[in-house]
Design a protein around this ligand. Structure first.
Ligand code: GDP
Length: 310
């Protein structure tokens, strides 16, 4: 019988592991819980970048070069906006806009983000459960040295994560709640994984949802993170830069320390085999997931290693 696995993810990095897991686990045995701190309103639309990256990746629609967006998507809407003098800084493909339109309408009609996420994923043939971390709106806010506090996408996309970060906060998270769907998934989990997502930008908002940490720690199950930091560098994106700015060492070990009691297992790359990690269970194998087969083999290796110690 397959293990029940719950994996916490952000966007592109987390999607790689989620893809591998979805290839080896039947739909009823995998729940993917996704960061929504990156969500924002743009041109009147509710845009949920991490949820969409996961959905496009699992459905096979994703633009594989970027790791986000829809393959072959066009930008007629954004080009038309430019005629009005608008200078769009956030990429919204024409097909992608269909996702945002339907989600925005559903939310306006009173559906929860969980409900519309399930509908959209099901329509695209995604059978594994994809759940937002909460149904309440949460907004990651980035306080920067030079530009003051920026909304997440302004920092990340508009300013290409160049401003130096002082601190982060998750607006609205105090009023957010764990959904019944997330609770049920965690209650029946045999294994809880944290994907190789950005710990501060993608995983921290999930862990900040009131009750989430307690729920993760309530059961004596393996709780394993896969490092997004390899050889002191982020595979992609601002994780390593952010670590320095927030006062952490640029190492996989600092990621493990940051997760603290939330994890009891940690997977690093072979290049980091020499690190002494203060985690009960540790493993090292190649965790770069460039190809589809890398993703599947990392997912297999992680689960096989966990099964050996449960
Ligand atoms: P985002 O929301 O799109 O930035 O996506 P995530 O937070 O899920 O992923 C970003 C993190 O993924 C970065 O810190 C990268 O270092 C990490 N990452 C990207 N590709 C890989 C990979 O192939 N292997 C590992 N171990 N980490 C990766």
């Amino acid at each position: 019988m397959a293990l029940n696995v719950v994996v916490f993810v952000g966007g592109v990095g987390g999607a790689k592991l989620a893809y591998g897991l979805a290839h080896i686990l039947p739909p009823e045995n995998l729940t993917i819980i996704v960061n929504t701190g990156d969500d924002f309103w743009h041109y009147g639309l509710r845009v949920c970048p991490d949820l969409d990256t996961i959905m496009y990746t699992l459905s096979g629609l994703v633009n594989k070069t970027n790791g986000w967006g829809i393959d072959g998507d066009t930008r007629a809407v954004l080009d038309a906006m430019q005629r009005y003098g608008e200078a769009p800084w956030f990429q919204l493909g024409d097909q992608d806009i269909a996702t945002h339109l339907l989600r925005t309408q559903a939310l306006a009609d009173g559906e929860t983000l969980t409900q519309i996420t399930t509908k959209l994923n099901t329509a695209l043939g995604v059978q594994h459960r994809v759940l937002p971390m909460t149904d309440a709106p949460v907004a990651t806010m980035v306080d920067t040295v030079d530009q003051g506090e920026l909304a997440f996408q302004t920092y990340f996309v508009r300013h290409r994560w160049q401003p130096v970060v002082k601190s982060l906060r998750f607006e609205g998270v105090e009023a957010a709640a764990v959904t019944p769907e997330v609770r049920a998934a965690l209650q029946s989990a045999d294994v809880i994984l944290i994907g190789p997502s950005n710990p501060w930008l993608s995983i921290a908002p999930i862990l900040a949802v009131p009750g989430m940490r307690e729920l993760i720690l309530a059961y004596d199950v393996p709780r394993v993170a896969v490092s997004p930091i390899i050889g002191g560098k982020a595979v992609k994106g601002p994780a390593a830069k952010l670590m320095v700015e927030l006062g952490y060492e640029q190492t996989a070990q600092a990621v493990a320390d940051y997760y603290g009691e939330v994890i009891n297992g940690f997977v690093v790359d072979t290049v980091d085999a020499g690190l002494s990690l203060g985690v009960q269970h540790t493993a090292n194998f190649e965790i770069i997931m460039n190809s589809e087969s890398d993703r599947i083999s990392v997912a297999k290796n992680v689960l096989q290693w966990i099964q050996a110690w449960v």
